[in-house]
Write a protein that binds this ligand. Structure first.
Ligand code: HEM
Length: 207
């Protein structure tokens, strides 16, 4: 039973990780300006917004949250330490983030009838006081993703790479994730100077 639960969690996790790698690469292109970000998202949407692909992705997220919470409930021993604890807490944050993030995107598309593009994603991030929520909210999600993957790596990997033991490899992945997050936020906020949000997205920031 436990084994099956973990297998389901692993399979949807790999599906989501493939999307997230593309998604974060897309966000990184904000460094080259909103136009590059939007052009790349338009191209990527041809794949992930295909009804079959999007259904698979959304079901994978639902499965990930449900199996993750069930795994959390089963392991309440309180004996978690090190990478096991890191995997656990990053997973719980990602579950919270997924529910809010996907809920917001789906409401944005269906109820608000907005194009959920670059400006939808960064409206709160670039407006005070909403940024007080959105900076940690997005930063923790990106770092959480790297920590979750690094924790799995630390626990499964058996070999040294370039003379580095698995534990050091995983720490390097987390460090990379921290640097990645700072650069990502730099791009999504126009070098920390702020992005002008078009009037049609004003509903998101009380304008
Ligand atoms: C800097 C942080 C992030 C921003 C600004 C952001 C923004 C967005 C936007 C604007 C969309 C809508 C895409 C579209 O309409 O085509 C979206 C979708 C999505 N995001 Fe994020 N995202 C961020 C980080 C993440 C992270 C860290 C994850 C996962 C760990 C994630 C998972 C997803 C998923 C699963 C979708 C749904 C794709 C779909 O079916 O349309 N996002 N995000």
């Amino acid at each position: 039973m436990d084994h099956r639960l973990k297998s389901f969690h692993r399979i949807s996790g790999i599906t989501i990780a493939a999307f997230v790698a593309l998604h974060l690469f897309n966000h990184m292109l904000a460094l080259a300006g909103p136009e590059s970000h939007i052009a790349t998202m338009t191209l990527l949407r041809r794949f992930y917004r295909h009804p079959v692909a999007e259904t698979v992705l959304l079901l994978a997220v639902v499965n990930q949250v449900i199996t993750g919470i069930r795994l959390h409930k089963k392991d309440r021993s309180g004996q978690r330490r090190g990478w096991q604890a890191a995997q656990h807490w990053s997973g719980l944050y990602l579950a919270f983030f997924f529910v809010i993030h996907l809920g917001a995107v789906l409401v944005g598309r269906t109820v608000l009838q907005l194009d959920t593009n670059f400006y939808f994603g960064v409206a709160g991030l670039n407006t005070f006081p909403f940024a007080l929520f959105f900076v940690p909210y997005y930063a923790l999600a990106v770092i959480g993703f790297f920590v979750h993957v690094a924790s799995i790596h630390a626990r499964k990997m058996q070999r040294t790479v370039l003379g580095l033991p698995p534990d050091t490899q995983a720490k390097a992945m987390v460090f990379l994730g921290l640097c990645f997050t700072v650069v990502l936020l730099y791009g999504l906020t126009n070098g920390f100077t702020g992005v002008e949000i078009p009037p049609e997205y004003g509903v998101l920031i009380g304008k």
